[in-house]
Every structure is written in structure tokens, then in C-alpha cells.
Design a protein around this ligand. Structure first.
Ligand code: SF4
Length: 831
């Protein structure tokens, strides 16, 4: 790793975002690939790694010979600043190559408020922002994801845009690029070739009136899906997620995803459960989830949940995304295990039956209250209710109804739970492309704020909570959802003025966007207005999504409060998506029974039930290279998941959320490498320590390796209480000027006062009591022996004091921890 990048990583927040090397990440060689694709997610690592679409694409490409897919995410503001100061390009996580060296850059457009981040990434990657500015040596920049259904505001920034299901089309595009590279095809001819694929929009080639259509996979049962996904760092990634259905035919008239991802295609229970088991066993995750737009409609849900609980080798809880209120069944609640102590989300969307008929949600208040009863009776303490504000025709009854429903749900909770909570969340209705409500207007920022303020006043009191979505963000989302390519200039200007992470409250600044709109001469408020019949939308020319006739018919039916049947189980309403000639039709999952066989080839469940007798093993592990930049919590998480995935007979703690019984030694500062880190883990069987080492191989991130293990006596003190001294080393070349003075001072055994400052609090310490020895060996390495004393000092604080340098400079010194000496027993030196 280049020393300046290392120095940058030790100075930014959450450096794990930039290091890669997770279990399950791609280890293909750069030179072995003919086409290299960098999959870019324009938000943080934690958000991007929760995105199933990214995981599917990464897997779909990397299983193909000749294709290599790596990842990059938006660097947080401190990292962006640091890269610019170093004049270093943004790099991929896997090979750390600059992004502009890839053949293809594939950008996920998950939501409109990432558009400024897209430009920040291109700029940091040294790729010209606009397609027309790129030349032969630049990567082909491709977008995909939900926002591609109205790509016009960002179309000038992309060479090609995939509309629809991306996994098969992206692989096809990868091979077209490979063939073009082999034959030396010019960029414009390559784009021409890509534009001929159904569902691929090439803005520089497709002119007005061109029909692009959609990319579709007929059957998700046979489409690529990662059974051994990346075990991402950070706790938000605790869940093994399996997509069980794509598309939704319920026909909620506001829901873009429900229309554009039609028809309904479902996975079989056996395959979904098998993939979930494999995913849990390979990542060691403690939760799993079945994902779909309306997962409660997946008939196999209850049996498949139960099947995973029965078949998984590991103790695991199910979590589910929000459910339609009437689709919650007792078996589903029962299968959710210990997770039931948490919260459950239901999405009534609107507070009156009239409005739910208008939006074709169709369920009744009684459906909702019956579900809430089941949730509280099932052991959940919190029910989260999700509503939209500003739906077309919304009146007093709908707004007042939110409080009425919340209070009634709370009353149900009080009957069934000691401390129930009802949390209401609202967001503003945004009229989305390709929905029957695309002609409707969106309420203004002021109207949203009025409604939110009213709910803040009424949804108060014990057990009631209210959360709301930022009104300015909804406004911007509405503008970009409906706008055309004239908005590209606004996005570029706002980016240049500093807009970043617009979906984050702490970063979003509407004044930047207001300035950019004003300077481009665009009135953003006009985009919120209702549209007349016959209005030509920017996305109409693409020919994607349901037919205009169908959408208009549905809009009229909404006004008549007429229900439209779910075509997966009722009659077809001729939306224009299915194409039986190519096998594109609704596919319900095969019938599922509770004894559905799961094909996972795994041994029986390994973990114990908090046994009375446990065997404590102390492992020594390394934390070097990339892993040196994992924080203590990330490293501990990686160990916990690695142990779970290892098949060792783990003992678990007791209580609602049983955890692996593991305790690590003192935290090592981020950036410090070590081959002498220790952790204790408890097993319910005595086994050969070598088996512990062997079973942990390949279960930890790159740079973390279990080196040895020992069975500890029952009454042996914890690691924290056993450490006497630690040895660190610094290479001569990395020492600051004047280091000799510190060596002389320590050798003199005189007091060496130092003020340790943390969070503006200062403590006076004597470094001579901490540093037993400071000596140069072989004229190449400075060795430092540090006693474990209280108050504890980090090695960077000790260096700061010894060398009289700033905290930042001290963190930049490359330090290795090479030995630990124990208070009474053994000493283990790094080899
Ligand atoms: S074409 Fe008919 S069956 Fe197919 S998704 Fe549309 S409404 Fe449903």
C-alpha cells in the first residue's frame, strides 16, 4: 500500500470502507481478465453493501470466465478531501487500481439523491463527466437501477443505461466489450453495438422516438444469485438476504417498482431456503431475510422460513421487510424466533379505506388491526406503521386518521405487551414515472412541513413516536423523478458548488440546489405540478414500463375507487408487460410444504445451548495489511462471524439475543499491524487446538489469520487482565527527526511528563512508567516495550509524547506490534 494512502486511511473516519478483502470478495487476478468492470455505488460502503442489486451483479460477472468485477463506493467527505490533497485517483477495493483503468464503470442509480455523488466519483476517478467528453482510452460508463426508468436528468453523464433487469444484460455487455477489445473496435462503434440490445439506452445514439424497451429475465429461479455473498464489514450487514421474488402485481397505483419490475417472478421455496442456508453458513451471519416487493405474497414464506430455521447449521433469526398488513400470518411470526423481541413494520400507506381503495391497496382497517394484534401477541414490542403524505385527493380524514390508527394500535399493544411502542413514519408522495399517478401533482415543501408539524403535535405521549422524511429531500426527489435532460446542467453545477450525499441529513444543503436551479434559469417548483392528459413525459420515448393506455385507465379507475385485481392470482389487466412469445409471464413459486427438502450439504447444527461446561480456547491471530485498517469492532465482528462459519462447537450467551462467547484483547489502533492479537472463544466440546486453527482458515478477511490456539485452564484470567507488556517496532525510515532524544530520555529513567488529551479532557501521565525500553536494534528498527498500565495509552499517544509530535503525525508512523508478554505465564513472539 502506498504510504500516502496508508497515511490517509489512518486519518479518515471508518477506514474499513476503503480496504476490501472481506470473506467472499473476489480474488480473481487482474491480468487474467479480458474485461474489467468496476461496479460503483454512489453512497457509502455500508449502504452499498446492503444493496442486493450490487451483490447480484458482482456475482453474475465474476462467475464468467474472462470478466472481472470489483467495487467502489462514494468516499466520505474526509476521504474525498484527502484524495484531492494527495492528487490520487479513486481506486477499487479489490485490486486498488484507479477506476479509470477499468474497461467498464457500472453505476447503480438506486435513488435520485445520489446524483451529485455520481459526478464526484467520476471526477475523482479522472473520467470526464459527460459522455461526449470521453475518448477512446476512457472506460464505458454504464448506469442501471430503479432511476434508469427515468434516466433523462443524468443521461448526458452516461455512455449507456440499462433499463430493467441488469444481471444478464450486463454480462452480455461485458462480452460485447471483450469482443470489441479483441478486434480494436472504435468507441462509437462499440456504443452502436450496445445500443442494439433491448433495454440498453445509449443517449448519444438513440434519438427522439427510438424505442429502447426493457431488459428482462424470464425466470429468476435460473438467474445468477450469490449463495456465498461478501461478508461485509459493519453491523448493518448482519443479514443474509435472498431475493425470493421480482416484480409485484398487486397494482398499488403509486408504486413505481411494482409496475416497472413486472411480471411477477418467484423463486421456489427449496431454492430460496437452500441459498439462505449456504449464505448463512459461508458468512456466519446471525440474521437472514427473504426479500421481495411484497414478500408476504410469496406463498412459500412461512414454510421457507421454518425450513431455514430447521436446516441451517447455525442459530439464526429471520427479519422481514415491511409487509402488507393482511399478509402477516402466525407461522411467519413464529418463524422469526428471537428477532420477535424487536420491531415489526407494516405499511398501511394511507389512513382511510377510501384512500386505500384509491391507491388500490385495498385492505381494510380490520385487516390492519388484526395484523397488529398478531404482531404484539407474537412477542414484538414495537409496531412501525408507514404512511404517505400528500396522496392525490388527500383530505382531513386521511391526516386525522393517522393519529386515530396509531392510537388504536397502541391500545391493542397495551393489551398484549408490557411496554408497547407504535412508531409512525411518513414520507411525501412523489409521482413516479411509469405509474398511474405520474400525471398527479406533488405537494409543496410548505404543505409537507405543515402536515409534519401537525403530526408532531398529535403523535405524542407514552408509547407513540413519529418520524418523518426531510421535506426538502422529497422535493428534490420529485423534481428529478419527473425532469428531463435539461436538469443535467443543474446537477453538474450543484456538484461543483459542493453538493454531496444529498440523502444524508448532515450533508444535504438545499441552498446549493436552489442556487444551481437559479443559475441555470430553471424553476424547480414547476416540476411538481399535475400534468394534463396527452402530456409528453421525458421517459415516454423509451418504451419501458407498462403501456400508457393501461396507466391512464388505472388512473381513471382510481378516481372511481375501482379495484384492479392482482394478475398473479386474478385476471390480466393488460398492462402490456408480459410477452408469452418469449416466455415472459407471471411465475408463481411452486407449491411449498413445510417438509420442503433443503439441498444444502451442511453438517448438523453445531452450536450449543449455553451449556454449563465450556472449554475456553485462546487464539492468536494476525491483523496485517488491509485488516490493519479494521477498527476493533469490525475485527471482533469478523472473528465472531468467522467462528460461526467455521463449524466449531460454539457456546452461546443466554438471553434474547444469544451471541458467540468471545472476548478479544486490548484494542489495537487502526493502522497498526500485529501478528500477536488474541481472543478467547468458548466451545461446548473439547477439541484439538490445531482443529480450531484449521477450521478458521479462509473464514476471516484478508490479513486476519488464526495462527495458533491453546486450551486455557478454567480459572485463567481474561486477556485484558493477563497482559504485562507489549512490544512495538518502527522501521528506521519511518522515525521522525529527533527520535534519539526520546531514546536518551527513557534510558535515563527520569520522569517523562505527557498530557494525554481525549475529547478535550487532559490527563497528566509519566511516560517513563509506560515505556520500559526504547532502543534501536540492528540500526534498522526501533523497538518499544510498553507496560500495560492504567490509564491506558494508545501506542499513537505514546509516540506523540515521546517524539513531541502532533497526534496526526503520530498516527501516520507505521508501527508493528510484535510481541505480548503475559503477567505470569507464557510469551508469544511473532515469527
Ligand atoms: S400483462 Fe397482464 S398478467 Fe402480465 S403483468 Fe401485466 S397485467 Fe399482469
Amino acid at each position: 500500500m502506498r504510504s500516502e494512502i496508508r497515511n490517509l486511511l489512518v486519518s479518515v473516519a471508518k477506514p474499513f470502507r476503503y480496504v476490501g478483502g472481506e470473506v467472499g470478495s473476489c480474488a480473481k487476478g487482474w491480468e487474467d481478465a479480458e474485461v474489467r468492470i468496476c461496479l460503483v455505488f454512489p453512497d457509502t460502503y455500508e449502504i452499498g453493501m446492503s444493496h442486493l442489486g450490487l451483490a447480484i451483479l458482482y456475482h453474475a460477472m465474476n462467475v464468467q470466465e474472462g470478466l472481472l468485477a470489483e467495487r467502489a463506493f462514494s468516499p466520505w467527505l474526509d476521504m474525498e478531501r484527502g484524495l484531492k490533497e494527495l492528487d490520487a485517483p479513486l481506486f477499487s477495493l479489490e485490486s486498488r487500481r484507479p477506476i479509470h483503468e477499468f474497461d467498464i464503470v457500472g453505476v447503480s442509480l438506486g435513488y435520485e439523491l445520489t446524483y451529485s455523488n455520481v459526478l464526484a466519483i467520476l471526477d475523482l476517478a479522472r473520467i470526464p463527466l459527460r459522455s461526449e467528453q470521453r475518448s477512446e482510452g476512457d472506460p464505458i460508463v454504464i448506469a442501471g437501477g430503479p432511476c434508469a426508468f427515468n434516466p433523462m436528468p443524468v443521461a448526458p453523464f452516461f455512455d449507456a443505461i440499462v433499463i430493467g433487469d441488469g444481471e444478464e444484460r450486463s454480462v452480455e455487455m461485458g462480452f460485447i466489450v471483450r469482443d470489441a477489445k479483441r478486434k480494436g473496435v472504435a468507441r462509437k462503434d462499440l456504443l452502436q453495438r450496445l445500443s442494439e440490445l433491448p433495454g440498453v439506452y445509449v443517449p448519444s445514439i438513440h434519438r427522439e422516438g427510438a424505442r429502447v424497451g426493457m431488459a428482462r429475465i424470464n425466470d429468476i429461479e435460473t438467474s445468477p444469485f450469490p449463495a456465498h455473498p461478501i461478508a461485509a464489514f459493519a453491523a448493518t450487514q448482519e443479514r443474509a438476504a435472498v431475493e425470493v421474488a421480482r416484480g409485484c402485481t398487486r397494482g398499488c397505483r403509486f408504486c413505481q417498482a411494482g409496475y416497472v419490475y413486472r411480471p411477477l417472478r418467484q423463486r421456489s421455496a427449496a431454492l430460496a431456503a437452500s441459498v439462505a442456508c449456504d449464505s448463512i453458513s459461508s458468512t456466519g451471519k446471525e440474521e437472514f431475510s427473504f426479500l421481495a416487493l411484497s414478500v408476504g405474497d410469496w406463498l412459500a414464506l412461512g414454510p421457507a422460513l421454518e425450513s431455514v430455521q430447521r436446516s441451517s447449521t447455525l442459530r439464526v433469526n429471520a427479519t422481514l421487510p415491511s409487509l402488507r398488513v393482511e399478509s402477516l400470518t402466525a407461522p411467519v411470526i413464529a418463524a422469526m424466533g428471537e428477532a420477535r423481541s424487536g420491531s415489526f413494520t407494516l405499511a398501511p400507506e394511507a389512513a382511510t379505506e377510501r384512500m386505500r381503495a384509491f391507491i388500490n391497496k385495498g385492505n381494510t382497517d380490520d385487516d390492519l388491526f388484526a395484523s397488529v394484534e398478531k404482531v404484539f401477541a407474537g412477542g414484538f414490542s414495537t409496531v412501525k406503521l408507514y404512511f404517505m403524505l400528500g396522496l392525490p385527493g388527500e383530505g382531513e380524514a386521511e391526516v386525522a386518521g393517522i393519529e386515530k390508527i396509531a392510537r388504536r394500535c397502541l391500545a391493542i399493544g397495551r393489551r398484549l405487551h408490557k411496554r408497547p411502542t407504535v412508531t409512525v413514519s411518513t414520507s411525501t408522495f412523489v409521482p413516479k414515472a411509469h405509474t398511474p399517478f405520474q400525471w398527479e401533482g406533488q405537494i409543496s415543501i410548505e404543505e409537507t412541513l405543515q402536515l409534519q408539524n401537525r403530526l408532531k403535535r398529535t403523535l405524542r405521549g407514552p408509547g407513540l413516536e413519529y418520524r418523518w422524511h426531510n421535506a426538502n429531500m422529497s422535493f428534490l426527489e420529485g423534481v428529478f423523478s419527473r425532469g428531463g435532460s435539461e436538469l443535467a446542467g443543474v446537477i453538474e453545477l450543484a456538484y461543483k458548488k459542493g453538493a454531496r450525499f444529498d440523502g444524508w441529513d448532515e450533508c444535504f444543503d438545499i441552498s446549493i440546489w436552489r442556487e444551481a436551479f437559479a443559475e441555470c434559469g430553471i424553476d424547480p417548483e414547476t416540476y411538481l405540478a399535475a400534468r394534463p392528459d396527452g402530456f409528453v413525459f421525458p421517459w415516454d420515448c423509451l418504451g419501458a414500463g407498462p403501456s400508457l393506455d393501461f396507466l391512464w385507465r388505472e388512473r381513471q379507475r382510481a378516481k372511481d375507487l375501482a379495484p384492479t385485481e392482482d394478475c398473479a392470482v386474478g385476471k390480466c389487466s393488460a398492462c402490456g408487460i408480459c410477452d408469452p412469445k418469449i416466455g415472459l409471464v407471471n411465475r408463481l413459486a411452486p407449491a411449498c410444504h413445510s417438509d420442503t427438502p433443503v439441498t444444502s450439504q451442511l453438517p448438523d447444527r453445531q452450536e450449543g445451548q449455553s451449556p454449563a461446561t465450556v472449554f475456553r480456547y485462546r487464539i492468536r491471530f494476525s491483523k496485517t495489511g488491509r485488516a490493519a485498517f479494521l477498527g476493533h469492532l469490525e475485527a471482533l465482528d469478523a472473528l465472531r462471524r468467522g467462528f460461526r462459519a467455521s463449524g466449531l462447537p460454539l457456546a452461546y450467551s443466554q438471553g434474547f439475543h444469544p451471541r458467540v462467547r468471545i472476548a478479544a484483547g486490548p484494542a489495537i489502533p487502526v493502522g497498526v499491524e500485529s501478528a500477536v492479537e488474541f481472543a478467547d472463544v468458548e466451545l461446548f466440546e473439547e477439541i484439538d487446538p490445531l482443529a480450531v486453527v484449521n477450521l478458521m482458515q479462509g473464514r476471516l478477511p484478508l490479513g486476519m489469520v488464526v495462527l495458533d490456539a491453546a486450551l486455557m485452564p478454567r480459572d485463567h484470567p481474561a486477556i485484558d487482565d493477563s497482559v504485562a507488556r507489549m512490544r512495538y517496532e518502527i522501521d528506521f525510515a519511518g522515525l521522525p527527526a529527533g527520535w534519539e532524544r526520546a531514546v536518551e530520555a527513557i534510558a535515563s529513567h527520569k520522569p517523562f511528563p505527557f498530557s494525554r488529551v481525549r475529547k478535550d479532557k487532559s490527563i497528566e501521565v509519566d511516560l517513563s512508567e509506560y515505556v520500559d525500553e526504547l532502543a534501536m536494534s540492528d540500526r534498522s528498527v526501533l523497538g518499544i516495550h510498553v507496560s500495560d498500565r492504567r490509564p491506558a495509552l494508545k501506542i499513537s499517544e505514546i509516540l506523540q509524547g515521546l517524539f513531541a509530535i502532533s497526534e496526526d503525525d503520530a498516527r501516520r508512523i507505521a508501527v508493528r506490534k510484535t510481541a505480548v508478554e503475559w503477567k505470569q505465564q507464557e510469551s508469544k513472539d511473532a515469527q
